[in-house]
Ligand binder design. Structure first.
Ligand SMILES: [Zn+2]
Length: 232
């Protein structure tokens, strides 16, 4: 495969080897996902299947498959007769609503999750947070998109351990992390978040429910403040 993004992704795989027949569709998906998250494909812009076919030097099938998957994740919109577009950027109003929702739900969930944590669950959370810190591959774009996905997994795991599926589904349904990470492509967005995740993990490890709630609140407020300049 000629595309450098795809090559780096192949290197970044834990197996270290690219299983071409099986992973082609997955690699194409990851490459387009990374371009959407890093704004190389700007929000609202048209996405032409033929252009992607040329860019990645693959057939139409994996491109259409990838776009279908991205549509399900709310990152791509398909319109009759027009075709695919990158989903528009969330509005300032929606952004405020999203963070209000997160601040209502996630600190309380973090407190509730604290009581359910055993070693196995703590390890799962540390692992989810740790994957983010790993600087795998040279491609910033892929690193950023992987971080966005891992952040979604980290927060979702806390929701899972808080044991309210309705709250978990409600947040999942918003594809929150994909939308907020697309507001700004900057290393600050990821690096400061890592320290805040550490603080949440420390409270979990200490069995400190109110500490976990506080750390989660601080993390979400800081995340909001980091991304606000995107609207200026
Ligand atoms: Zn986070």
């Amino acid at each position: 495969m000629e595309n450098p993004d795809l090559t780096v992704e192949a290197e970044a795989r834990p197996s270290g080897r690219i299983q071409r027949a099986n992973s082609l569709a997955g690699d194409v998906y990851e490459a387009i996902f990374a371009q959407l998250m890093s704004l190389k494909i700007p929000p609202g812009s048209r996405i032409t299947v033929d252009n992607l076919v040329r860019e990645f030097d693959v057939s139409h099938t994996p491109i259409r498959e990838a776009l279908g998957r991205l549509e399900g994740e709310g990152l791509v919109v398909k319109t009759h007769l027009i075709g695919y577009r990158a989903a528009p950027q969330i509005t300032r109003r929606r952004f405020d609503e999203l963070y209000e929702l997160r601040l209502l739900l996630e600190p309380a969930a973090a407190a509730k999750a604290t009581a359910t944590l055993d070693e196995e669950r703590l390890t799962a959370l540390r692992e989810a947070a740790g994957v983010m810190a790993r600087r795998v591959g040279k491609d910033e774009r892929l690193r950023y998109s992987n971080f966005a996905r891992q952040d979604a997994i980290f927060h979702d795991k806390i929701m899972e351990f808080a044991q309210n599926e309705l709250i978990r589904e409600t947040l999942n349904h918003q594809h929150t992390h994909f939308h907020i990470f697309r507001l700004m492509y900057h290393s600050r967005v990821t690096e400061e978040a890592l320290d805040e995740h550490e603080a949440i993990l420390a409270a979990f490890a200490a069995g400190d429910a109110s500490g976990a709630a506080d750390a989660m609140r601080v993390h979400i407020e800081n995340s909001r403040d980091r991304l606000l300049p995107a609207f200026e």
